[in-house]
Design a binder for this molecule. Structure first.
Ligand SMILES: Nc1nc2c(ncn2[C@@H]2O[C@H](COP(=O)(O)OP(=O)(O)OP(=O)(O)O)[C@@H](O)[C@H]2O)c(=O)[nH]1
Ligand SMILES: [Mg+2]
Length: 196
């Protein structure tokens, strides 16, 4: 399995034309604002504050690149569904995110995050269908698993599976940035995505 020995911030970008023009492969994170994208990156690479996380939704407003082991990039995308931005700004983000996901040659896979406590939103469903349509390899992760009891877990996972119309063989991986549950599974999945 991948062992993260080095993780460094490469840069923040607001325009697709600025993105690093390199051959390094990329794994991107998508999900609603505040779902835990930045926290997942920090936990998986074992660095407390590499990606800025915040309890205020809309913290990540740029495409942020993190170089792992001098080899591949973790790409933190702005969260969708963040209410407190203008329509114009939202349209700009949507175009940027969709442009990145549909055109980026270096992109080897996407990790879509869903809050284990909540029924997926319309945006979550649209994003999953959209990624499928573009045939982008996808790993689904249910975040904040520490926030519900073990007894309620299966019910919540099933609720998400139903909303996203998952097949029994599709994986929905429980994860917690608080306890580290799921880190090994995510690293194993990333390794597979990078090799595919
Ligand atoms: N208990 C718990 N809290 C979490 C977990 N993951 C994230 N959080 C908290 O949820 C809030 C949002 O986390 P972020 O990682 O900033 O979320 P994000 O998806 O990057 O948000 P944006 O950048 O706004 O799109 C922060 O207060 C985190 O501490 C988790 O697994 N467990
Ligand atoms: Mg963030």
């Amino acid at each position: 399995m991948i062992k993260v020995k080095k993780a460094e911030f490469k840069g923040s970008f607001v325009d697709l034309k600025q993105l690093p023009d390199e051959d390094n492969l990329e794994i991107a994170l998508v999900g609603r604002s505040n779902v835990g994208k930045s926290s997942l990156i920090n936990k998986v690479v074992n660095r407390k504050n590499l990606a800025k996380s915040s309890s205020t939704p809309g913290k990540t407003r740029t495409i942020n690149f993190y170089m792992i082991n001098d080899s591949w990039y973790f790409v933190d995308l702005p969260g969708y569904g963040f209410a407190r931005v203008s329509k114009t700004e939202r349209l700009k983000w949507n175009r940027m995110i969709e442009g990145y996901l549909s055109k980026r040659k270096q992109l080897k896979g996407v990790i879509q995050l869903l809050d284990i406590r909540h029924v997926p939103t319309e945006n979550d469903v649209l994003m999953k269908d959209w990624l499928l349509h573009y045939e982008i390899p996808l790993l689904l992760v249910a975040t904040k698993a520490d926030k519900i009891s073990k007894g309620a877990r299966q019910k919540h996972l099933n609720q998400i599976r139903k909303a996203l119309d998952l097949e029994p063989e599709d994986i929905l991986l429980p994860f917690s940035a608080a306890t580290g549950e799921g880190v090994g599974e995510i690293l194993a999945a990333i390794e597979e995505l990078l090799e595919f």
